[in-house]
Design a protein around this ligand. Structure first.
Ligand code: GCU
Length: 611
């Protein structure tokens, strides 16, 4: 006989169970990377966002410093004059998105803390589609709320994140609130010490993305490693619960191939191809690629090329190539702000082209997509790096998880970009067992996600006290990379420029070598003799001596001197000469090309004519 359930069993228990489950499982959405976001059905949320600067995170913690779960919007609507409202988003306080806050408001120039952002948006479409909110990047920790409900969190200042908000939006008026906090942390990636400005804010584009119930979430479409006649990769649908038909069309290559996914919406692809026009600096050919499935269709422009290392050579499309490069920070030096736009990318990469570059090192973190795609169109190869920089907390497993997450987000985003040829696991990290394990884990992840590109890291050289003129490059991590890269500052931090002619190099690896940094500071427009520090003449002399020296390194196959432009750094406080700028740029923050610019340009012209 069916015993009726007591009130307790029928009502109280399920509620308690739900509360326990929800408290255990974070009900926020997971970050769902959407490849090629600008090729999708998007609505831009760029423009003015209302803000509240909140150095004590009063919108997040109460006066007992206990987390209050409903954030700044809890008193959003004032019902009557007697109601206490202590903070409110208003149009008097706004910031432009995309854009760092430091360069938009003098009061925020040095600010490191929380800023709350708010944007109203309307939803008109029928709700049969799925709706996502996509952030190109926000530095450094973000919490996203839609209509007062927490949607998701993200850590890392230089990679995209995206959450589904379908169930949270309603027809008509909606609003998104984002808590962005750029405080540095010892366990962060990067850690507390960096030689670049800690620009905070929603620094890249924000989009609403409309998708059908089942849509193309991700795909990898590249030439198979060392092959010119096989395109391979995968297509991944989101929302599939049974096998689905997907199609790849590359009309100009006469490709129109269908595949069937598994029940989860995933399928590996392999397409025979011949006579592709291979992407290269001299031929930055991009093909129209259309991926379709059911009601979803996404268009992309993809270049096909191979990159590999063989002995001490780097082979692009099977032929040895020398990487005539320069390092670049993601900053518009003329405006003193984070770079984010196509125009910023065209300016920076235009200067690199003018220098004679076929390669750029995008230091020390993944740059915005405009840099990657503009490089692809201009025929410039790219070194892409994650901010595993200097003294990372190697023992903290959360730090490793954070670094792995940023690496996977960078690879997910750029794995179809022909311009990207090298994934860098970090910069100038001090050798230790923990650091070696940490970097090896990253390199294993990178190879698992993308077997087509080269792996490296900017390492360091050292000397034995008994023989200070022999520069030794030896690093346990060197056995795990395809390209041996290192930074050296002979003539700036290490002796004077003439020391370049006195040193010998000991690099016992049969691998391609890239010198990822050399250089020295010069205040643009300051002229003196060639041994006066911070003069253009000193930097010019240093470049001449450096070039003479590195030409003697037999495995040298590339270089990315430090750095294209002067850039802001809180560590550079020498009055008059630095004033908050690192002056190693070949171009000053006023756009002056210093004398050393022409030394490197002349060398690259000689290399180009010699090849
Ligand atoms: C280091 C570091 C750079 C830094 C440079 C410098 O090698 O990699 O991030 O800016 O030296 O000291 O100017």
């Amino acid at each position: 006989m069916h015993k009726s359930k007591s009130f307790f069993q029928r009502y109280f228990l399920p509620v308690v169970a739900m509360l326990i489950i929800s408290s255990i499982t974070d009900l926020t959405a997971h970050n769902l990377p959407l490849i090629n976001v600008t090729g999708r059905n998007i609505i831009s949320l760029d423009g003015e966002w209302q803000i509240i600067v909140d150095p004590y995170e009063a919108g997040f913690y109460d006066y007992r410093h206990k987390e209050s779960s409903d954030g700044f919007f809890r008193n959003e609507i004032q019902h009557d004059k007697t109601q206490l409202i202590e903070y409110k988003f208003t149009s008097e306080h706004q910031l432009k998105v995309p854009g760092d806050w430091n360069s938009q408001d003098p009061k925020l120039f040095y600010y490191e803390g929380t800023v709350w952002y708010k944007k109203d948006f309307k939803v008109t479409a029928d709700l049969t589609t799925r709706l996502f909110i996509y952030f190109g990047a926000a530095n450094y920790e973000s919490i996203v709320y839609v209509n007062g409900k927490k949607v998701g969190t993200h850590t890392g200042g230089f990679t995209p994140f995206c959450f589904e908000i379908t169930s949270l939006v309603k027809k008509g008026n909606n609003f998104v609130v984002v808590k962005v906090d750029n405080k540095r942390h010892l366990s962060g990636v990067p850690t507390v010490m960096t030689d670049w400005w800690n620009y905070g804010g929603i620094t890249r584009d924000v989009y609403l993305v409309k998708e059908p119930k089942t849509f193309i979430q991700d795909y990898f479409i590249q030439l198979k490693k060392n092959s010119f006649n096989e395109i391979e990769g995968f297509i991944k649908l989101d929302g599939a619960t049974s096998k689905q038909k997907v199609k790849i069309e590359i009309p100009e290559a006469k490709i129109d191939t269908a595949f069937e996914t598994d029940d989860s919406g995933y399928v590996k692809i392999n397409i025979p191809v011949k006579n592709l026009s291979l992407w290269s600096p001299g031929n930055p050919k991009l093909y129209d690629v259309i991926v379709s499935s059911g009601e979803d269709k996404i268009k992309d422009k993809i270049g096909f090329r191979t990159i590999s290392a063989k002995g001490a050579d780097i082979l692009l499309n099977g032929k040895p190539v020398f990487l005539r490069g320069i390092s670049i920070h993601e900053e518009n030096p003329l405006k003193g702000r984070r770079a984010y736009s196509i125009k910023d990318a065209e300016m920076l990469l235009g200067w690199a082209k003018e220098l004679g570059c076929n390669f750029v090192r995008l230091a020390h973190y993944p740059h915005n997509e405009n840099m990657i795609h503009t490089a692809e169109k201009m025929g410039i190869m790219v070194w892409e790096e994650i901010p595993v920089y200097w003294t990372i907390d190697w023992k903290d497993k959360n730090t490793l998880a954070n670094a792995e997450n940023q690496l996977s987000e960078a690879i997910e985003r750029d794995k179809n970009s022909a311009s990207v040829i090298i994934w860098s696991m970090g910069n100038e990290t001090p050798v230790s067992d923990e650091r070696n394990k940490f970097l090896i884990s990253l390199s294993v992840l990178a190879r698992k996600m993308d077997g087509t590109r080269l792996i490296s890291a900017a390492m360091e050289k050292h000397t034995n006290p008994s023989d200070p003129l022999t520069q030794i490059v030896q690093d346990p991590f060197a056995d795990y990379v395809d390209v041996l890269a290192f930074n050296e500052y002979i003539g700036w931090y290490d002796g004077l420029p003439n020391k370049c002619s006195e040193v010998k190099w000991k690099i016992n690896y049969d691998k391609p070598v890239i010198i990822t940094e050399f250089g020295g500071d010069a205040l643009g427009g300051y002229h003196a003799d060639k041994l006066t520090r911070f003069s253009e003449e000193y930097q010019e002399y240093l470049y001449k001596q450096q070039i003479k020296m590195i030409k003697k390194i037999s495995q040298l196959r590339g270089m990315t001197p430090w750095i294209l432009c002067d850039f802001r750094s809180p560590r550079r406080v020498l009055p008059h000469y630095e004033d908050g700028w690192n002056r190693k740029g070949l171009i000053s923050n006023k756009g002056i090309k210093k004398k050393a610019f022409y030394v490197l340009q002349k060398f690259y012209k000689e290399l180009e004519t010699k090849k």
